[in-house]
Write a protein that binds this ligand. Structure first.
Ligand SMILES: NC(=O)c1ccc[n+]([C@@H]2O[C@H](COP(=O)([O-])OP(=O)(O)OC[C@H]3O[C@@H](n4cnc5c(N)ncnc54)[C@H](OP(=O)(O)O)[C@@H]3O)[C@@H](O)[C@H]2O)c1
Length: 300
């Protein structure tokens, strides 16, 4: 049990942040969430409080900061304006956090900075780990700008962990609920060729990864937050159909996906990358849900 170490979480009201905050409170942390919403009357536990500006944070010793806030990728079509909003929401929040952290009397011991496996860009068959190169594209541009801003704190002595998060599977947020309706109707077949790799992680393992990175004083650098067994999208669709006892054969042609979702479909759904969690495994992390069939059985 941690002795009520103070953590600040941005994006703590989102899908990952909600699960993470509740889990970390259960582990004994005292969590403060920075939100754009009015922060009053939100507290639902003795150990979670909400603030709506960095200036209103209490003057306490901060053990750690977790930075997840950002405009959702699937909120609107990716016009140039929306792309700027997606990047700026993350980079400007991170820049403001940097200023706040530099002004603290004692810097936090650990800073976990959000990013995504989109940092690697699109690959076809290659297995990627944290030492792999990237391919250019909007996803790389976004993640790289976010990571660079966070790493500006490197001189402080704070342990910086960058988490390149994969497709997080949960029953109440992320991509899975949106896949369930078509899948239940027997329409959840392959998207495009279905050969593209999807590197996924169960929300339970995702929050356990954050906890390990907070607690392990040796952990720093980049960590791919993905299960050790990525799946091709077509196999993902078949496994989901099997759990739901529905056929998953009706394909969603690429042109249709692009028509419906624009560049988001192109970048996130129709192309992918096979990412492996080399550094998490080297740090001793064990997955509760290494296999997709077990993860989906638990969730649907
Ligand atoms: N879920 C995934 O599969 C996945 C995969 C890879 C990477 N990620 C990244 O991990 C982070 C957390 O993911 P999530 O699924 O929990 O996201 P989410 O549910 O969309 O939550 C993101 C949070 O960011 C804040 N936010 C939204 N728009 C913002 C804006 N324009 N400016 C500043 N803050 C804004 C919101 O907090 P308030 O409304 O309280 O301010 C929200 O709670 C995101 O940055 C996401 O891109 C997620």
């Amino acid at each position: 049990m941690k002795t009520h170490n103070n953590l600040l979480i941005t994006g703590g009201t989102g899908f990952i942040g909600r699960h993470l905050s509740e889990h970390l409170v259960d582990q004994g942390y005292r969590v403060t969430i920075l939100t754009r919403e009015a922060a009053t009357d939100r507290s639902n536990s003795d150990h979670i409080s909400y603030v709506s500006s960095l200036e209103s944070l209490p003057d306490v010793n901060w053990y750690g900061v977790i930075n997840l806030a950002g405009e959702p990728l699937d909120k609107a079509r990716w016009s140039e304006e929306q792309k700027s909003r997606i990047i700026n929401s993350r980079v400007s929040m991170t820049a403001r956090l940097n200023v706040w952290i530099r002004n603290l009397p004692t810097p936090p011991q650990v800073y976990i900075s959000g990013s995504a496996i989109g940092w690697y860009g699109h690959w076809v068959e290659e297995s990627l780990d944290e030492d792999s190169a990237f391919h250019e594209g909007f996803s790389h541009q976004l993640c790289d700008a976010w990571e660079r801003e966070a790493n500006k704190l490197a001189d402080l002595g704070t342990r910086i962990c960058t988490v390149r998060i994969g497709i997080v599977l949960g029953a109440d947020g992320g991509s899975l609920p949106a896949m369930l309706l078509p899948a239940k109707m027997g329409l959840g077949g392959p998207m495009g060729s279905g050969d593209q790799w999807w590197s996924w992680v169960h929300i339970v393992d995702a929050v356990r990864c954050f906890e390990m990175l907070l607690d392990n004083p040796q952990a720093k650098g980049v960590f791919n937050m993905t299960a050790p067994r990525p799946e091709r999208q077509g196999d993902f669709a078949r496994t989901l159909g099997k759990q739901l006892r529905r056929p998953a054969i009706l394909p969603l042609p690429s042109f249709m996906a692009k028509l419906m979702l624009g560049e988001f479909a192109e970048e996130v759904l129709l192309k992918g990358q096979r990412v492996l969690p080399k550094n998490l495994i080297a740090a001793g992390f064990t997955f509760k849900y290494p296999a997709l069939s077990d993860a989906l059985r638990n969730l649907v």
